[in-house]
Design a binder for this molecule. Structure first.
Ligand SMILES: [Zn+2]
Length: 286
């Protein structure tokens, strides 16, 4: 699953030690980002030696790869920085090119750097906050409030009934794409309740049991996708016409044929980078 399987030891018990972090930085390799895009060199994450002109950039600790300390650094400027090797590539596109481990590491870096960019000021008192713990905390020197990087839970669910599953199309999707249904978990809501509420809202589908399948970190900007199967109580549905513009039941045979690209028409299923692909594929293989 893309963005999962991160091999780094995040050394969470050590990264609040500033002296230890300085030692790691002195021996570190650094993955530059520019405008949320990682540097890609020869189809690998482009970790480079430190450059002095990066000293004013946001720098975060990613973890230890065996004993090699790895960091990410957020380069600023309107123009793409020329580093002599590789190029900055959009994160989603990079996931199709990089090895799985590099995708997971770059995803971790992107989610964190993106959070720092948007949390420079304290939501409690408005003062400028300071980076701490290698990037896993921001501290407000004025009021003492601590702020921690967010991970937002999103339910993503495939309704199933007998030999069929329901897929839907959001107007925000690329043309012809049909996928599982998804939505943010709201405060005070369990995962199962969020699944039932979202399916009610989007396709007015009645659902009984909800079964957890797998999770996927999704750094756009900082979600954790909670993949579930939702047992539909009937095949009746009604699209809301707003978040969902079309939906269709698919048989297992049809789902397998479409995932294998044996049917090419106006309905496409998600690529393997997305957890929705795995929800459909794993169910159809049962
Ligand atoms: Zn404050």
């Amino acid at each position: 699953m893309a963005f999962s399987g991160n091999p780094l030891d995040r050394a969470g018990h050590r990264r609040s030690d500033e002296a230890w972090l300085r030692e790691q930085a002195a021996a570190g390799l650094f993955l530059p980002f520019w405008q949320n895009r990682p540097l890609v060199v020869n189809e690998r994450a482009g970790f480079l030696a430190w450059r002095e002109d990066w000293r004013t950039c946001t720098r975060i600790f990613l973890g230890l790869d065996d004993n090699q300390p790895l960091f990410a650094v957020d380069l600023t400027g309107e123009e793409e920085p020329g580093l002599g090797e590789g190029s900055f590539q959009e994160m989603r596109a990079s996931a199709f090119v990089l090895p799985a481990r590099d995708t997971a590491i770059a995803g971790q870096a992107k989610a964190l750097l993106d959070w720092h960019k948007r949390h420079g000021f304290c939501p409690n008192c408005g003062a400028a906050t300071q980076l701490r713990d290698g990037g896993y905390r921001r501290l407000c020197p004025a009021c003492g409030a601590e702020h921690f990087p967010r991970t937002d839970p999103v339910v993503i669910m495939l309704p199933i009934l007998g030999d069929e599953c329901l897929v839907g199309r959001s107007p925000r999707f690329p043309p012809q794409l049909f996928s599982a249904f998804a939505g943010f978990v709201e405060p005070g809501e369990s995962m199962e309740e969020a699944v039932r509420r979202e399916l009610r809202e989007e396709v007015d589908l009645a659902v009984g049991d909800v079964a957890y399948h797998a999770t996927q970190p999704w750094p756009f900007p900082s979600s954790l996708m909670l993949g579930c199967y939702a047992q539909a109580l009937s095949k009746d549905f009604q699209i809301d016409g707003n978040e969902i513009e079309a939906a269709r039941w698919l048989s297992k045979d049809e789902a397998r044929a479409r995932l294998a690209h044996k049917i090419e028409d106006e309905l496409k299923l998600p690529a393997a980078i997305a957890i929705a692909h795995h929800l459909i594929k794993d169910w159809a293989a049962r």
